[in-house]
Design a protein. Sequence first.
Length: 551
Amino acid sequence: VRAPAAILPAGVSGARFEAAIQAFRAAVGAANVLTGDAALQGYRDPHSLNWNEAAEYLASAAVLPASVEEVQAVVRIAIRYGLPLYPISTGRNLALGGAAPGYRGSVVVDLKRMNRILEVDEGRAFALVEPGVTYFDLYNHIQARGLKLWLDVPDPGQGSLVGNALDRGVGYTGSSFRDHFGAHCGLEAVLPTGEIVRTGTGALPGAASWQDFPYAPGPAVEGLFCQGNFGIVTKMGFRLMPAPEAWFSVGVQAPNYTDLQRLIDQVSFLEDAGIVNGRPLYHCTGVHPFEGRFPSAAPRIPLEELMADGWPSLERIVTYSRRHGGPSWRCDLQIYGPPEVLEAKWAWIRERMIAAIPRCDFQDVQLVKLPLTAEEAKRRKLVTFGVPNTQLFDRTAAQVAADEVRSPNQGFSDFMAVLPRTAAAVHRAQRVIYETQKEVGAPLVATPFNAPTAWFHRSLMMGAPTVALFRGAPDQNARGRKLYAAYARNMAAAGFGVYRAPPAMQDLAAAQYGWGDRALLRFQQRLKDAADPHGLVAPGRYGVWPRRLRT
Ligand SMILES: Cc1cc2nc3c(=O)[nH]c(=O)nc-3n(C[C@H](O)[C@H](O)[C@H](O)COP(=O)(O)OP(=O)(O)OC[C@H]3O[C@@H](n4cnc5c(N)ncnc54)[C@H](O)[C@@H]3O)c2cc1C
């Protein structure tokens, strides 16, 4: 068991820390200041890549302010005593840092008590919320008022709109709502000096259109708060999707391995033209995207023979696929709208696909009227319908328990890189992932059938599993870190940058974006030094260290 004194912020004496804690207690109430190992367990990252090692990011304390004024008081106390702060909204950043700080010894500023829904406007289709509002909270509020609005939700319904968006989170419904930071409209933040700023038209005293028009004249600064460390966000507006009348889905299957570019071209056109407005789901029939992690999800079409002699040639892949009747590429198209419009779109899409992809096939055509009935809801993936839930966690827990988990103390941290929407990029990324697994001696689970993910409109992503983390096996965790780092470097060398990373990998992620002698990072650091002269808010988040901590 660690001695609490071991987790003081660097350079802060025990006496000074204790004085700061007293000041925090006076500002937010003694019950809302947590110290000591037991109270701070909830601020450890269950998926930490450095679990129980000296490098684990541990908090020295947590403070839970309940108002903007209390947040300002916390910041001023931090300045007075020189304490690093780490703001979280609900701290469910699972597999990406959790509720733990990104810099060891920071005081976590936990905003879960600031959970007011400030405004929801049906006609103008927006919500203005505080950081502690969860997806469940806002969904229940909308349902209780009978508003015809949808949320775009990520897998963890227990997370917050603000925290998710500030980590550049992503969801599952309409193309213009899935990018959660992209769908925000106006925010308020307490700056590292203790001042308050409102972005966009919110800067106008008595603003009438804060959530309607995101721009103020001059440079836009709201991006500094996304994956950033320029303040503590205390309010945020979000554009909401008008509740659709129906959902349509069809699996478009292309028969040949070499059809991927044709399929991507068609799907991209449909999405860019606004004809398909839901998330396209690419996969390879019969292959699990993270094949090898979960034996229970083993492919229906065995790939051992194909992969036995290393990465197969295109000719071999094509022959193999023909012989086994697959795998073949499939993209499930999803469209939201009135049933008549969906029927008309489907007829049009069908003709277009048949003309563009010889012998393409259509599977699982479905049109579901909304809202979902209770029966429908039981058998559907609820994120598709903007309903917050914990389905994935329940399922993953069951699957993990059945397969590889020997104790509940396991986590993971998957790697995700951004790709252009081309088949060449997909194939290149598959190969890089495979070669990386080989380079570091990890299980060779990548195959030429790993499908990309179309989360953000206009790009693809390719994921790769790091080895699972075991709390009692630091050597295994070290191998996971090595694999993650190798993915980041090798994929970047191929032109594919990291999308999002846990704190232990954020320096590495930022370093890959080094064009122009790291011009972007140097600029971000100059801004950081000016905005946060004491270098106290989330030091090092995504590689942006304040001057006092730069090496
Ligand atoms: C199985 C699984 C599935 C997942 N699925 C998804 C998914 O579909 N989509 C997705 O996006 N993520 C997903 N995640 C990742 C993560 O769980 C979610 O993004 C979650 O919403 C983040 O937690 P949160 O909302 O509580 O944010 P928080 O943990 O509160 O915040 C995230 C980070 O943002 C910053 N931050 C938060 N609040 C503030 C603030 N007020 N001011 C300044 N900075 C702040 C902090 O650096 C914080 O660490 C998944 C994770 C797992 C394990």
